[in-house]
Design a protein around this ligand. Structure first.
Ligand SMILES: Cc1cc2nc3c(=O)[nH]c(=O)nc-3n(C[C@H](O)[C@H](O)[C@H](O)COP(=O)(O)O)c2cc1C
Length: 201
């Protein structure tokens, strides 16, 4: 079979992800800097790993986030509210430990309980993670994985047994990152059709 003529072949010596939009989550990873202050970085190459409460994200040793996780052994994950995505973007500018951008310290945060970490307040899901392993070797990139040691969800974002999932998402739309460089808000959803007996995990 031939490649359909309507397809454009992408140069795989360059990042193909710059040439097309893909849908990704948007989270904010919080880490503690070498001087003791906390810093945040938005991540979209980030996801749960399996159903046993592990979480991973792509990073590179060039990033302070990577070095902070390696040194401290912990990190936080904030899933921002759709209406607060701008805060998530600003979060990368917070530099408590070098003091260079003190003006943005006004973003609301609150401390983690089980680990030495900080969350952005404007989120709906919050994870306290203990470093599990860092898998390197993806070119200059690595996968940082953590075990979820504690998790919190806003009460109004919690799925409740007899409540409609459709209504919940409609009431509290979810932010999506449209890589590269755009974002959206999803408030309309549909039950995923699946054959009788097929489970998602
Ligand atoms: C919306 C958005 C998504 C990003 N996603 C990732 C990502 O998935 N992986 C990554 O390594 N960097 C990602 N970055 C870049 C880093 O968050 C940031 O530049 C990097 O962490 C530098 O900060 P640091 O040196 O303090 O870690 C993203 C940036 C933005 C604005």
């Amino acid at each position: 079979m031939e490649t359909p003529s309507s397809l454009v072949s992408l140069d795989v010596d360059l990042p193909i992800w710059e040439r097309v939009f893909t849908v990704a989550p948007l989270v904010v990873v919080g880490t503690k800097g070498p001087e003791g202050g906390h810093t945040f970085a938005p991540k979209h190459q980030a996801m749960p790993i399996g159903w046993a409460n592990y979480f991973g994200f792509a990073c590179t040793p060039e990033h302070r986030t990577y070095r902070n996780v390696l040194r401290e052994g912990v990190f936080t994950v904030t899933y921002p509210l759709a209406r607060q995505v701008v805060h998530a973007a600003l979060a990368v500018l917070i530099r408590h430990d070098d003091g260079a951008r003190r003006g943005l310290d006004t973003l609301p945060t609150f401390p983690a309980e089980k680990i030495d970490g900080v969350f952005l307040s404007d989120g709906y899901l919050f994870l306290e993670c203990e470093l599990e392993k860092i898998v390197g070797g993806f070119g200059p990139f690595a996968l940082i994985t953590g075990r979820v040691a504690a998790a919190y969800v806003r009460e109004d974002a919690l799925r409740i047994f007899d409540q409609s999932d459709h209504e919940l998402i409609g009431r509290m739309p979810l932010p999506v990152y449209l890589a590269p460089g755009r974002y959206g808000s999803v408030g309309e959803s549909f039950a995923f059709p699946r054959p009788e007996g097929m489970r998602h995990g």
